[in-house]
Design a protein around this ligand. Structure first.
Ligand SMILES: N[C@@H](CCC(=O)N[C@@H](CS)C(=O)NCC(=O)O)C(=O)O
Length: 204
């Protein structure tokens, strides 16, 4: 199994899941953005994005799908919530929410504050999408009231997928307002997991 990775990007989700599951894997780490700095990567993943997992005939480019695939295929059910569980729907919702709803506005912020050339940077876009992100995060703050984990009272890949969005907010975009009491407590204990530490090694 081979994971194409860039430090402190969504590929942290995949790396964190590999580590939680204790799997053997080959890691290919590239400079960001690989589309520009490692052009040959587009022959492997035409989107040019990370993560990208190759496992035999299987190739996956979505970070949350990689976590789901690894947990389904190689986990013993520990990192998943079973269909029969009352929180199964909530579990799926957190997986999709993590990238489509809360990482998306952060990616726009990164683009218009860091990645674009100076003449295309936009404080207005960054501010607007920060507000958008913080509004969408309220659902997480209230869901974490009296809870250590998002679903089924134990650590699952929903915590990995949402946890990465918090890594992004804290360490890349420095959105301090995101760390309201329940989210701050949740992030604090996620960040102590050995697999979290390995997946973010030396970058926080
Ligand atoms: N929805 C995809 C998004 C992948 C994505 O856009 N990754 C970013 C890094 S966080 C990337 O590779 N950007 C570089 C580019 O678009 O060239 C996922 O969850 O994996």
């Amino acid at each position: 199994m081979k994971l194409y990775h860039c430090a402190m990007t969504r590929s942290v989700r995949a790396l964190w899941a590999l580590e939680e599951l204790g799997l053997d894997y080959e890691l290919h780490t590239m400079p960001f953005p690989p589309r520009v700095l490692e052009k040959s990567y587009k022959e492997i993943n035409p989107l040019g994005t990370v993560p990208y997992l190759i496992d035999g005939e299987t190739e996956i480019s979505e970070s949350c799908a990689i976590c789901h695939y690894l947990a389904e295929k190689y986990g013993d059910g520990n990192l998943l919530v079973d269909k029969s569980h009352p929180e199964y729907g909530a579990f799926l919702n957190w997986l999709y929410y993590s990238d489509a709803t809360i990482t998306f506005p952060q990616a726009v912020m990164l683009r218009y504050s860091v990645l674009e050339p100076d003449e295309r940077k936009s404080a207005q876009v960054v501010e607007d999408y920060k507000g958008f992100f913080l509004g969408r995060l309220r659902k997480l703050e209230s869901a974490l009231e009296n809870r250590k984990y998002l679903c089924a009272e134990r650590f699952t890949i929903a915590d990995i997928c949402v946890g990465f969005s918090l890594i992004f907010a804290k360490n890349i975009l420095n959105i301090e307002e995101a760390f309201t009491p329940n989210i701050a407590r949740y992030y604090e204990h996620l960040s102590k997991r050995p697999a979290f530490i390995t997946a973010t090694k030396g970058k926080l």
